[in-house]
Ligand binder design. Structure first.
Ligand SMILES: Cc1cc2nc3c(=O)[nH]c(=O)nc-3n(C[C@H](O)[C@H](O)[C@H](O)COP(=O)(O)OP(=O)(O)OC[C@H]3O[C@@H](n4cnc5c(N)ncnc54)[C@H](O)[C@@H]3O)c2cc1C
Length: 468
């Protein structure tokens, strides 16, 4: 352990004798990686490269405040760790940093009048949702990492769930939050639903990936459980007509929670399984809400889809998707293969650019990959996001790492060159930091840097993440 860290741990033990601290190698190995695909390659290459010196597991905000104050005083580097499902290299202990595991911060509190509920940083999406469901509510947030990602991590990465077209992204769902700043000050954003009091500072932390502070709890908007849930599937002659159908029913103000359009290639196995006509693109939809409203939405969506060449395929396809919605096994299996590498690169673009972004990203990746899957599953007033999922293989895990880096570069550069952005929801971490300037511009990076410099001048918290 680094001398500085040893001294810090000694002081922490004195100040917080009850705090759980993990220092055994086996314990530290558990925290040595999250789910960044290259970490699989490092595991398979040789002895694991990056181990934290220790892991602290506070149970309360008060403990975390002490941890941060003492770290600030001693200039000790910390990395917040949530569910460890982050896939952009946001928690790599390159300098034997000390990790702060937030999973013991498990507050849960419902306010039925305000239609909000507080989730401690350490509650998983599934734990929170199950507890809400028991009381007759939902928060509508179902990322595919629902079972492992926790609320601190999900707010820090501005995560999104599969029901996003109705319920939104974390930035739309969080009503207020609490954050311990690098020097140990506690920031509490106001619980009022809207503000005109200068910039709404909660947005400084949503998506900040832990570079400006550690989130201790979030107050989420909640909704009574839906009266009706309905599933549908359509096929379209091509991706273009599917996208046009979605764009046009959204123009009518219809936002079914789940809208998933697969391109011609990713549709193929689904078409085979569901015995639809070959060569088409598949659209799955899920609606929920008051029964009468759901029925009106279905009617209008059907009119628009049919007018764009869509064919109604009944409920089965949408229901099948729903029943397997948390599985990402195919991609993770590929990462574990010798020399194999896979990742889902997710970007967003305005409506008038998204089709080109999809086409050019696919084109850039195909020569490097065994296969590439693409679908569109988060839609907005002014545009959409696309997932481009690459599966590539080479001979060994050193080349696998190089191939991953090349695929990531080609994908992001194709997005940027065609009007897309760097990331829609997985975040930047360390992996995508080199391209951040292309999205924010020099003035944007200046702002990110200036805030960091002011609140964490020694760059102690999550050093290197967001390129800071
Ligand atoms: C199989 C799989 C499916 C996925 N599906 C989705 C999906 O559908 N939608 C989606 O958006 N993402 C998805 N992801 C990505 C990932 O789940 C999200 O980025 C998630 O929000 C990370 O949460 P976590 O608790 O696991 O964070 P971690 O991985 O622990 O941390 C992520 C980053 O946030 C920082 N951090 C963690 N906790 C805090 C805190 N309390 N305060 C400040 N900073 C903190 C960490 O230092 C790190 O930089 C998926 C990942 C996997 C592996």
């Amino acid at each position: 352990m680094k001398e500085l860290n040893k001294k810090y741990i000694t002081e922490i033990k004195k100040e917080l004798p009850q705090l759980e601290i993990y220092t055994q190698k086996e314990e530290r190995l558990i925290y040595a990686h999250a789910t960044f695909p290259v970490e699989y390659k490092w595991i398979l290459q040789a002895e694991y490269k990056y181990l934290p010196d220790a892991v602290l597991a506070p149970e309360s905000e008060a403990e975390l405040i002490k941890i941060m104050k003492i770290a600030h005083k001693n200039k000790v580097q910390l990395i917040p760790y949530g569910g460890g499902s982050g896939i952009v290299g946001g928690s790599i202990a390159e300098d034997n940093e000390i990790m702060v595991d937030t999973k013991k911060m498990r507050k849960f509190e419902i306010n039925p009048t305000n239609l909000t509920a507080v989730a401690g940083a350490g509650l998983t999406g599934a734990e929170f949702e199950n507890r809400l469901n028991e009381k007759g509510y939902t928060c509508g947030h179902y990322p595919q990492s629902f079972q492992s990602a926790v609320f601190g991590g999900m707010a820090a990465t501005d995560a999104i769930g599969t029901f996003s077209t109705k319920y939104g992204k974390m930035c739309d769902m969080v009503n207020s939050l609490r954050v311990v700043l690098p020097d140990g000050q506690l920031f509490k954003s106001h619980k009022a639903p809207r503000k005109s009091s200068g910039p709404d500072l909660k947005y400084l932390f949503i998506g900040s990936e832990g570079v400006y502070g550690i989130i201790t709890e979030v107050e989420m908007k909640i909704y009574p459980l839906a009266e009706k849930r309905a599933f549908e599937a359509y096929t379209f002659p091509d991706t273009h007509s599917g996208l046009e159908a979605v764009r046009n029913f959204m123009r009518l103000g219809i936002n079914p929670p789940v809208v998933r359009l697969y391109d011609e290639v990713e549709s193929e196995p689904k078409i085979k399984k569901l015995a639809y006509e070959k060569g088409m693109c598949v659209l799955f939809l899920v609606y929920e809400g008051l029964e009468e409203i759901v029925e009106i939405e279905r009617k209008k969506v059907r009119e628009v889809c049919i007018s764009h060449g869509g064919k109604y395929k009944g409920e089965e396809g949408g229901e099948n998707w729903f029943n397997t919605r948390f599985s990402t096994k195919g991609m993770l299996d590929y990462d574990r293969k010798k020399g194999g590498t896979a990742d889902a690169i997710e970007v967003a673009a305005p409506w008038n650019k998204i089709e080109n972004v999809w086409r050019e990203m696919r084109k850039a990746l195909e020569p490097l990959c065994d296969y590439v899957d693409c679908h569109f599953s988060h839609f907005y007033h002014s545009g959409a996001s696309v997932y481009v999922i690459f599966h590539a293989k080479t001979d060994d895990d050193y080349q696998g790492e190089e191939l991953y880096n090349l695929c990531l570069k080609k994908a992001i550069e194709a997005s940027l060159a065609n009007g897309g952005n760097v990331s829609h929801h997985h975040g930047i971490g360390k992996a995508k930091a080199p391209w951040l300037v292309e999205e924010h511009g020099d003035a944007g990076i200046y702002l990110l840097e200036a805030i960091k410099e002011k609140i964490d001048p020694n760059r102690l918290l999550n050093r290197g993440v967001l390129g800071l």
